[in-house]
Design a protein around this ligand. Structure first.
Ligand code: ATP
Ligand code: MG
Length: 333
């Protein structure tokens, strides 16, 4: 039996943080044995809203790749590849653009939201509005059946499957529909207590942060603003320290005891924070060690990217050939 194909990826706009670790990386590491997994570093998509800052995108391709390897993605099992080096994706995008109306693109709730957030207004780049089509090209180029995504990315999968159905209806059965798999874990909040840890909010702990930085970030974490003196009863809900202990701690009994003590009063934030630092160090120190190795051996990281991209190139070129054959665009055959 052949393994099912997964496509996932990231926009290389910054290093990966603990939100990525719990929300996607851990899942990818768990899936890499059972699935044929491709992880795409989507530099072209990152350029749609960073076209004036290519340096940021280019340098982060390598940083994200290091994060992957350090966190435990195994290049023998997972194919890591770079979008811009897979020209079939851009070509597929071109054909798919004819199958989607402008009004459909503008209705995409995720894109609409992002346009507002980024204050594009009348200056929204066409490439940005078009990125759901390019994402459909990413997914279908690999004939992916399973696409793990965050809740906010669901409209992208719907758009992809609409394109697949249109294509197959017009040109004949060629492309494969995919299924979105939404991780059960909720979002990890930011160290400031905001609902989501996010690169652009600057409220993250990065998996590449050194132990001094992690310490500082935890010590400055949002807790319960009304818990002023140690003796005061404290709130556990919305207290970032306890939220993280729930996600990363393994000694559940100890954590429950700490929560009871905190609620009763008499347990200070410094104590809970010191414990969280210990818990996070346990998760992060092996990753940090491996990442240090890759910092010192960037050529190895580049070699992984090169061979992954070469493999992906064969797969995506084959899909493009199928697509052009179905359309009858193969003049010199
Ligand atoms: P940006 O601020 O640029 O949007 P980000 O930090 O939100 O960056 P993304 O690249 O948008 O990160 O996230 C990619 C994917 O990583 C998400 O779809 C989600 O699956 C996962 N992810 C990101 N942040 C979190 C988080 N705080 N909790 C859980 N999962 C997350
Ligand atoms: Mg985001």
């Amino acid at each position: 039996m052949s393994k099912k194909i997964i496509l996932t990826g990231d926009r290389p706009t910054g290093k990966l943080h603990l939100g990525h670790y719990v929300g996607s990386l851990k899942n990818r590491i768990a899936m890499q044995d059972e699935y044929e997994q491709y992880v795409l570093i989507a530099d072209q998509q990152a350029l749609t809203d960073n076209f004036d800052n290519p340096e940021k995108v280019i340098t982060n391709v390598l940083e994200v790749a290091k994060d992957y390897l350090a966190a435990g993605l195994d290049p023998a099992k997972t194919t890591i590849c770079i979008q811009s080096q897979l020209p079939a994706i851009a070509e597929l995008t071109m054909y798919y653009m004819n199958l989607v109306t402008m009004s459909r693109l503008m209705r995409n709730p995720t894109v609409k939201n992002e346009i507002k957030q980024k204050n594009f207004g009348e200056s929204t780049p066409a490439g940005f509005v078009n990125y759901p089509i390019s994402q459909a090209a990413d997914i279908t180029a690999f004939k992916a059946e399973v696409v793990p995504v965050g809740e906010d990315q669901k409209p992208m999968i719907e758009q992809t499957n609409e394109i697949v159905r249109s294509f197959n209806r017009i040109y004949g059965e060629t492309l494969v529909e995919c299924e979105a798999v939404i991780p059960k874990v909720g979002r990890l909040c930011g160290i400031d207590g905001k609902a989501k840890m996010s690169k652009s909010l600057g409220n993250g702990i990065y998996i590449s942060d050194d132990s001094e930085t992690v310490k500082k970030k935890v010590m400055g974490m949002y807790t319960d603003p009304d818990h002023i003196r140690v003796e005061d009863p404290g709130k556990v809900e919305g207290n970032v320290v306890f939220e993280y202990l729930d996600v990363f701690g393994t000694d559940k009994e100890k954590i429950e005891e700490m929560k009871d003590h905190y609620k009763r009063g008499g347990l200070g934030d410094v104590v809970t924070k010191r414990y969280l630092i210990e818990v996070l160090e346990e998760v992060l120190s092996p990753i940090r060690e491996k990442r240090k190795y890759y910092d010192e051996h960037e050529d190895e990281v580049m070699a992984v990217l090169k061979s992954g991209t070469e493999k992906a190139r064969k797969v995506t070129d084959k899909t493009l050939e199928d697509v052009k054959n179905s359309m009858g665009i193969n003049y010199f055959k």
